[in-house]
Design a protein. Structure first.
Length: 75
Protein backbone atom coordinates (compact mmCIF):
# COMPACT_ATOMS: atom_id res chain seq x y z
CA UNK A 1 0.00 0.00 0.00
CA UNK A 2 1.36 3.38 -0.95
CA UNK A 3 1.12 6.29 1.40
CA UNK A 4 -0.92 9.40 0.71
CA UNK A 5 2.10 11.59 -0.04
CA UNK A 6 3.22 9.22 -2.79
CA UNK A 7 -0.30 9.08 -4.22
CA UNK A 8 -0.51 12.89 -4.40
CA UNK A 9 2.60 12.99 -6.58
CA UNK A 10 1.14 10.63 -9.19
CA UNK A 11 -0.41 11.76 -12.44
CA UNK A 12 -4.13 11.33 -13.12
CA UNK A 13 -3.56 8.39 -15.49
CA UNK A 14 -1.45 6.62 -12.88
CA UNK A 15 -4.17 7.13 -10.27
CA UNK A 16 -6.82 5.72 -12.58
CA UNK A 17 -4.64 2.67 -13.31
CA UNK A 18 -4.05 2.22 -9.58
CA UNK A 19 -7.81 2.45 -8.98
CA UNK A 20 -8.52 -0.18 -11.61
CA UNK A 21 -5.87 -2.49 -10.17
CA UNK A 22 -7.19 -1.91 -6.64
CA UNK A 23 -10.73 -2.77 -7.63
CA UNK A 24 -9.55 -5.97 -9.30
CA UNK A 25 -7.61 -6.91 -6.17
CA UNK A 26 -10.66 -6.12 -4.03
CA UNK A 27 -12.78 -8.47 -6.12
CA UNK A 28 -10.18 -11.19 -5.63
CA UNK A 29 -10.12 -10.60 -1.87
CA UNK A 30 -13.90 -10.75 -1.66
CA UNK A 31 -14.03 -14.03 -3.53
CA UNK A 32 -11.24 -15.45 -1.34
CA UNK A 33 -13.21 -14.44 1.75
CA UNK A 34 -16.35 -16.08 0.39
CA UNK A 35 -14.43 -19.30 -0.23
CA UNK A 36 -12.86 -19.16 3.22
CA UNK A 37 -9.34 -18.78 1.87
CA UNK A 38 -8.70 -15.29 3.23
CA UNK A 39 -6.53 -15.61 6.33
CA UNK A 40 -6.38 -11.91 7.24
CA UNK A 41 -9.68 -10.01 6.98
CA UNK A 42 -7.94 -6.69 7.56
CA UNK A 43 -6.63 -6.89 3.99
CA UNK A 44 -10.14 -6.00 2.80
CA UNK A 45 -10.21 -2.93 5.02
CA UNK A 46 -6.78 -1.77 3.82
CA UNK A 47 -7.74 -2.23 0.17
CA UNK A 48 -11.01 -0.33 0.70
CA UNK A 49 -9.06 2.51 2.30
CA UNK A 50 -6.59 2.60 -0.58
CA UNK A 51 -9.43 2.72 -3.13
CA UNK A 52 -11.17 5.51 -1.19
CA UNK A 53 -7.98 7.55 -0.99
CA UNK A 54 -7.36 7.12 -4.70
CA UNK A 55 -10.92 8.19 -5.55
CA UNK A 56 -10.58 11.23 -3.31
CA UNK A 57 -7.34 12.29 -4.97
CA UNK A 58 -8.84 11.83 -8.44
CA UNK A 59 -11.73 14.06 -7.40
CA UNK A 60 -9.38 16.68 -5.97
CA UNK A 61 -7.30 16.75 -9.13
CA UNK A 62 -10.43 17.13 -11.28
CA UNK A 63 -11.66 20.05 -9.17
CA UNK A 64 -8.26 21.73 -9.27
CA UNK A 65 -8.13 21.30 -13.05
CA UNK A 66 -11.54 22.97 -13.40
CA UNK A 67 -10.43 25.86 -11.22
CA UNK A 68 -7.31 26.30 -13.33
CA UNK A 69 -9.41 26.31 -16.51
CA UNK A 70 -11.66 29.01 -15.08
CA UNK A 71 -8.63 31.11 -14.14
CA UNK A 72 -7.26 30.71 -17.66
CA UNK A 73 -10.54 31.86 -19.19
CA UNK A 74 -10.76 34.83 -16.84
CA UNK A 75 -7.41 36.19 -18.04
Amino acid sequence: MTNLKELREKEMSELKNLLLKGREEMAGLKSARALGKLSDGSELKRKRLEIAQTLTLIGEKEVLAKIEQKKEKAK
